[in-house]
Design a protein around this ligand. Structure first.
Ligand SMILES: Nc1ncnc2c1ncn2[C@@H]1O[C@H](COP(=O)(O)OP(=O)(O)OP(=O)(O)O)[C@@H](O)[C@H]1O
Length: 245
């Protein structure tokens, strides 16, 4: 589904990603870990195609199409979706209005059911993210993604700032987006999820983990084993081992 080959990316005139290669197949979910400032969000923003992220070398292909220099809205149309780490507020645009226009194929009943599922009824008349708490922003992001219904789902720290009850709601909703209730061969949706804590792994059947340090992948393998290693020995161990777990 997603093939990234030797990707080099500059932000603000500085190279942040130094040759990232990865392949995510249909139905797979991968997890991205790594210390603060290592380039994880940069990778997601580049895959989605935001202007500030300049690909200087390498390529991104999505379902066989080269999207390396394609604008964001075209990537979204092809089926990419992203949940931001810190999405902006949009004064003057009500959440309900946004939900009405994200995906014309979704019937109003579908949208209403998604709003109810995410406990966002009292937010539809509010401007997007304006004054929302951290956890409310995350629920609003997932709600918008449920309506967009992308086939490739990127999540930047979905559990950060979310209380335990809502982590459960978020986890189950993300699992549905990634079709985790279906057999692997029947799944069409794939995902790339950034996590520091690994809480989200309790809800997702994840296929592979990657550790990024200073804009490069240093380790690939079982995400739970990688997290255990990081908790016990820190990221320094990833640098020294740099192997497949
Ligand atoms: N516009 C910019 N100009 C200069 N440097 C930038 C810019 N945007 C991002 N960076 C730098 O790129 C590096 C990677 O940032 P990024 O947000 O991708 O890290 P991250 O791994 O997602 O971190 P965290 O875990 O803290 O969210 C950081 O050092 C950041 O300061």
């Amino acid at each position: 589904m997603l093939k990234i080959d030797n990707l080099h990316v500059e932000v603000g005139g500085k190279e942040i990603l130094h040759g990232i290669t990865m392949h995510i197949k249909p139905g797979e979910t991968h997890v991205l870990m790594g210390p603060n400032g290592s380039g994880k969000s940069t990778l997601l923003m580049t895959i989605m195609g935001f202007d500030a992220y300049h690909v200087t070398r390498g390529s991104i292909s999505f379902n066989g199409s080269d999207v390396t220099h394609m604008p964001v809205h075209e990537r979204a149309r092809l089926g990419m979706g992203i949940m931001f780490q810190r999405p902006p507020s949009i004064p003057g645009l009500k959440l309900g209005k946004m939900l009405d226009v994200i995906n014309p194929e979704k019937k109003p009943e579908f949208v209403t059911a998604a709003v109810t599922r995410m406990n966002m009824e009292e937010f539809v008349e509010r401007d997007i993210n304006l004054g929302f708490s951290g956890g409310e922003i995350k629920r609003s992001e997932i709600l918008q993604m449920m309506v967009q219904d992308p086939s490739f789902i990127m999540l930047d720290e979905p559990e950060s700032g979310v209380d335990l009850e809502n982590i459960h709601l978020m986890g189950e909703s993300i699992a549905r987006l990634l079709q985790k209730n279906q057999r692997f061969i029947d799944r069409k949706n794939s995902g790339l999820v950034i996590t520091h804590t690994g809480y989200i792994l309790d809800y997702l059947d994840v296929d592979k983990g990657h550790v990024m340090i200073n804009g490069e992948f240093k380790c690939h393998g079982n995400p739970r084993e990688i997290l255990k290693l990081i908790k016990e020995k820190g990221y320094k161990e990833c640098l020294s081992c740099a192997k497949i777990l």
